[in-house]
Design a binder for this molecule. Structure first.
Ligand SMILES: [Zn+2]
Length: 145
């Protein structure tokens, strides 16, 4: 039975071997093409980690999405943009999570909100888990519009 494994990104059937390898390296089941895309992506390790965590939660996220003007680290096209960066050193991880929740509540559907996630948040296992579940919940809500 080789057809029960699917790429999380494109839904293509993949073999158990490819799926096992992908899960070991990326934590999710991806076809070879998508493994290469992630491997060769210029996104930061933090952006990739957040992207994969969202994919595990079945969020239809795209890594390095271009809106025609700029490239967004992670996007739910037409719904939500997520920028992962280490430039805001003054911005601590706890504060970032609070901001994330605030963005969620102040969200209005006329404008695509951009959420900024500092690397420090991705690198803190506890806060990262909280941020991923918060973003997942946010994305689920956005699907309803
Ligand atoms: Zn694929």
């Amino acid at each position: 039975m080789n057809d029960v494994y699917h790429c999380l990104q494109c839904d293509k059937s993949i073999t158990k071997g490819v799926s096992d390898f992908s899960k070991e390296v990326y934590g999710v089941s991806l076809c070879i093409r998508h493994q290469i895309l992630i491997h060769e992506s210029t996104a930061t390790q933090e952006a990739k980690a957040l992207f994969l965590a969202l994919k595990i939660n079945k969020v239809p996220a795209i890594l390095e999405y271009s809106d025609g003007i700029k490239t967004i680290d992670i996007a739910i096209p037409g719904k939500l943009y997520i920028e992962v960066d280490g430039r805001h050193h003054h911005h601590d991880a706890d504060q970032a999570l609070t901001d994330l929740l605030r963005t969620f509540h102040a969200w209005n559907k006329d404008k695509i909100p951009t959420i900024r996630i500092p690397n420090s948040l991705v690198n803190d296992p506890y806060l990262f888990k909280k941020a991923v579940s918060c973003l997942t919940e946010m994305c689920m809500e956005l699907q309803n519009f």
